[in-house]
Design a protein around this ligand. Structure first.
Ligand SMILES: Cc1cc2nc3c(=O)[nH]c(=O)nc-3n(C[C@H](O)[C@H](O)[C@H](O)COP(=O)(O)OP(=O)(O)OC[C@H]3O[C@@H](n4cnc5c(N)ncnc54)[C@H](O)[C@@H]3O)c2cc1C
Length: 511
């Protein structure tokens, strides 16, 4: 059954081009089955998130596999959207094949959408959009090798909370949120942090995908290796990934230590920090010198007990102050931008200057609260460039006093890999993520900050995160990735009719 988080992404009646500059400007001409109009009173923000469940039985009567019209799609941050001509939610492999055959006959493009979390138009299309939200089952579990075979529409949250605990397994590394599908996370090279841990794509053992001819292709390091190296971080360009065999590990707990420091200290001792724990990350608060470090390691220690009173206190600091008050103050700063450094300073001192230690299940500490809607930009650079990039960014902000940057600037470390277009291909990598929040969905100027950041990242040999909005095209990508042309050739071979292209791919491919 469709869940309300997905509906929150897919059906927003309040869509207007003013709301979101990147949304397509008109609905398909024959949008007679317009679910938006049916749901309109219930499709606003948190009310929708909480109450749309009332309509589930009704929604389930719709034949999602035959395609519906009039669906508006927005990504999570509501920064990009589109109006697919037909939206499909098939339940079986045969249904996916039928959709592919229909698209081929009608010369339509197809885009699979996961959970719509990518902060770019990578999941957008004006032709056929397929959601695998019903294809979310666990198919096989090998308790000896710790491998699982799942349908690609399964969410990482369901894996963490529902499926893997039954088998005493866990995913070795996660990004900040688990409200993403495994298919989506793998396709964009979603990463966490850890000296010896690759992106989530690197734990893929085998993929089964349906190509534009409707054929099923199985690929792994042993079988169809080229396709595997192209599809394990493949931007949805190789076909519909229907199953993923994934390498897990026995369920584990993490012991996490958090403490404050300064940018100077962390850069001076960067290698020591990276090597001294399994999962190290830090965030820097622009306009001030403060940073917060997190070191996490696997542990057998018992989970930290938290009393009801401690829960209330923590809710007060993390949500009433760290979320609601912060959103209000950042909103206020849209009228008085020079408040931003003070806000960064006050919230740093209020929330992040005490040392903290926790033990908890792995996914509860890998994931963290990403607060409200935001613009983000993230590139990967060779690890030895980390310090110089951060100094350059700080220098640029210092000498550009009319640009104000929100916190955090998040810095994480990922092991090198060999997937053709993984940003960590062939190099130990540092990812630097910058943010400008959109308090109460209000847009904030970020273009100059973005341009300066991208210039610094480019000059350090950077590569953009595929899920995020970027302006890099084929000529540059060819210089960034030694195997970019191989990836393009595999794509051309497997999808000669360009069924799985969209405007995002048109920008990065030169023919
Ligand atoms: C709050 C937030 C926090 C985030 N934190 C991190 C982080 O810590 N680290 C990080 O690296 N990223 C992070 N991201 C980015 C996120 O992990 C990626 O955008 C991820 O791809 C989202 O998964 P999704 O299921 O929403 O995929 P979507 O955004 O829906 O799709 C992503 C791509 O995958 C393709 N795709 C999805 N499923 C299939 C399939 N079955 N077959 C073929 N193609 C498919 C789509 O066509 C599209 O190209 C974050 C994003 C948000 C909004």
């Amino acid at each position: 059954m469709i869940n309300n988080w997905e509906l929150a992404n897919f059906m927003q009646s309040s869509a207007s081009p003013d709301d979101c500059p990147h949304i397509c400007e008109s609905l398909p001409e024959h949008g007679h089955e317009n679910l938006d109009s049916l749901l309109s009173p219930y499709s606003h923000g948190s009310f929708q998130d909480r109450y749309l469940g009332l309509f589930f039985p009704f929604l389930d009567l719709i034949n999602w596999a035959s395609g519906i019209r009039g669906v508006h799609f927005f990504n999570w941050a509501r920064t990009f959207g589109c109006c697919p001509e037909l939206f499909f939610a098939p339940k079986t492999e045969d249904e996916v094949i039928q959709i592919i055959n229909l698209a081929r006959e009608e010369k339509k493009k197809i885009r699979v959408v996961g959970h719509g979390h990518s902060p770019s138009d990578i999941a957008c299309t004006t032709d056929f959009m397929i959601s695998l939200q019903h294809m979310n089952k666990v198919l096989e579990v090998n308790e000896e090798t710790w491998m699982i075979k799942v349908q690609a529409g399964v969410t990482v949250r369901d894996l963490n909370e529902k499926h893997l605990p039954k088998y005493g397994l866990a995913i070795p590394i996660l990004g900040s949120v688990s409200d993403v599908t495994l298919g989506g996370a793998v396709n964009t090279g979603t990463h966490g942090t850890g000296d010896n841990y690759g992106t989530m794509s690197t734990y893929v053992v085998e993929l089964e995908l349906l190509t534009s001819s409707g054929q099923k292709v199985r690929c792994s390091r042993e079988e169809n290796k080229e396709i595997f190296l192209a599809a394990a971080c493949g931007l949805g360009a190789m076909g519909v990934i229907i199953t993923i065999t994934y390498q897990c590990e026995p369920a584990f707990q993490l012991e996490q230590r958090r403490f404050p420091s300064t940018l100077k200290e962390v850069i001076e001792h960067l290698n020591l920090h990276i090597k001294s724990s399994e999962h190290f990350r830090f965030v820097w608060f622009p306009h001030i010198d403060g940073v917060v470090l997190w070191h996490s390691n696997r542990t057998k220690k018992p989970i930290t007990k938290v009393t009801k009173l401690q829960q209330c206190v923590s809710w007060f600091w993390n949500y009433s102050i760290g979320y609601y008050a912060l959103e209000f103050f950042y909103w206020l700063s849209t009228f008085f931008p020079s408040l931003v450094p003070t806000i960064n300073n006050v919230f740093y001192n209020l929330l992040f200057t005490q040392n903290k230690e926790f033990v908890n299940e792995s996914y509860k500490l890998f994931n963290h609260e990403c607060l409200f809607k935001e613009h983000v930009n993230e590139w990967a650079i060779p690890r030895d460039q980390t310090g110089s990039v951060l100094w350059k960014l700080q220098e640029w902000l210092d000498k550009t006093p009319d640009v104000y940057a929100h916190f955090p600037v998040e810095v994480r470390f990922v092991k090198e890999d060999d997937l053709y277009i993984s940003p960590s291909y062939g190099q130990e990598t540092c990812y630097i993520n910058i943010i400008m929040y959109r308090p109460y969905n209000k847009d904030v100027p970020h273009e100059r900050y973005w341009a300066a950041y991208e210039e610094v990242m480019r000059s350090a040999g950077g590569r953009p995160h595929w899920a995020k909005a970027h302006s890099v095209t084929a000529t540059e990508l060819r210089q960034m990735y030694p195997h970019f042309d191989t990836w393009c050739q595999v794509r051309q071979r497997i999808d000669p009719i360009d069924m799985f292209r969209n405007s995002y791919l048109d920008r990065i491919l030169d023919h």
